[in-house]
Design a protein around this ligand. Structure first.
Ligand SMILES: C[S@@+](CC[C@H](N)C(=O)[O-])C[C@H]1O[C@@H](n2cnc3c(N)ncnc32)[C@H](O)[C@@H]1O
Length: 245
C-alpha cells in the first residue's frame, strides 16, 4: 500500500536512508560499544550482559522456517537468524550495509536492496524479524508498516522484533522526548541528518498492536532493549485504533 507521501515526510525518509548508507562502515561500533560509542567499564559490562540476554531470548523465540528480515543492516542479527532458519530473505536500502552483511553470513542469505516503504513481498514467511527498525518508522506510517508485516506472513506466522528503550543509561537522564525527529551527526562525514526515532515502552506498543488486530507479547530485557513477538488475530486491520505516541 503506497500512501500519499508529503514531500517533507519523503525527504526525511531519504535522509534516513542516506544517513545509514554513510554510517554503514562504522555502524557496528555502536553495537559493540567501541570507538566513539564506548561506555565506561561498569556500563559496558551491563550492556554486554543485556546483549547476551537478548541474544538468548531471540534464540528462545526460535525464528525457524522461512524468515524475512526487514532493515537487516550489517548482519548483526542476520547471522543469528540464519542459524535457526531454513531460508532468510534480508531487505535493506543500503548497499553498503548489505555488502557487510553478505560478508558476515557467507552466502546463505538472499538479499533485496529496497525501500521498505514501497517494497512488497513476493512470498509469505513463517517469521518477519526486524531489529532497531520499528523506532525508525514515522508514527503516521505505523499502521501501514504493520500492514506490510501482515501481508508478509504465512498463516500461523509471527513477527519478532527488538528495539531500544529510552532510559538505557547511554544518554543523559531526561524525560522521553515527545518528538520523533532526531538530528544525527555520527555518520563520519561531518554531515547532519534528520532521522525518525520513536522510543516505545512495551505496554504502549502492545496496546497499539492490539488496536491493529494483533496479539503481542512484548517485554524488556533490562534497561536497554525491548523484545517482542506478535501474530495477527484478525484477518484484516479494520479495528485500527490509531498510532502510538
Ligand atoms: C538502526 S539500523 C538497524 C540494522 C539492523 N537491523 C541491526 O539491528 O543491526 C537501520 C537499518 O535500516 C535501514 N533503512 C533505513 N531506511 C530504510 C528504508 N526506507 N528501507 C529499507 N531499509 C532502510 C538502514 O540502511 C539500516 O541498515
Amino acid at each position: 500500500m503506497v500512501s500519499q507521501e508529503p514531500r517533507e515526510d519523503r525527504e526525511r525518509l531519504d535522509e534516513q536512508v542516506a544517513y545509514y548508507r554513510a554510517r554503514a562502515p562504522r555502524y557496528d561500533d555502536w553495537w559493540l560499544r567501541s570507538s566513539d560509542y564506548a561506555l565506561d567499564p561498569g556500563r559496558k559490562a551491563e550492556w554486554d550482559a543485556e546483549v547476551a540476554r537478548l541474544e538468548t531470548a531471540v534464540d528462545d523465540l526460535r525464528p525457524e522456517g522461512s524468515v524475512l528480515e526487514l532493515a537487516c543492516g550489517t548482519g548483526l542479527w542476520t547471522r543469528r537468524l540464519s542459524r535457526h532458519a531454513e531460508h532468510v530473505v534480508a531487505v535493506d536500502s543500503s548497499p553498503e550495509a548489505i555488502e557487510r552483511n553478505r560478508e558476515r553470513t557467507k552466502g546463505c542469505v538472499e538479499y533485496v536492496l529496497a525501500d521498505i516503504f514501497s517494497w512488497e513481498p513476493r512470498e509469505h514467511y513463517d517469521v518477519v524479524f526486524f531489529s532497531f527498525w520499528l523506532s525508525h518508522v514515522p508514527p503516521d506510517r505505523f499502521a501501514a508498516f504493520w500492514g506490510l508485516v501482515r501481508r508478509s506472513l504465512a498463516p500461523g506466522g509471527r513477527a519478532i522484533f527488538i528495539d531500544n528503550l529510552w532510559g538505557d543509561g547511554t544518554r543523559p537522564a531526561a524525560p522521553r522526548p515527545n518528538t520523533f525527529e532526531q538530528a544525527r551527526t555520527d555518520a563520519g562525514n561531518g554531515r547532519r541528518y534528520r532521522i525518525v526515532k520513536v522510543f516505545y515502552e512495551p505496554g504502549e506498543l502492545t496496546g497499539a498492536l492490539e488496536g491493529l488486530g494483533w496479539h503481542a507479547e512484548i517485554g524488556a530485557t533490562g534497561r536497554s532493549f525491548l523484545l517482542g513477538w506478535a501474530r495477527p488475530v484478525t484477518p484484516s486491520s479494520s479495528s485500527r485504533r490509531g498510532t502510538p505516541g
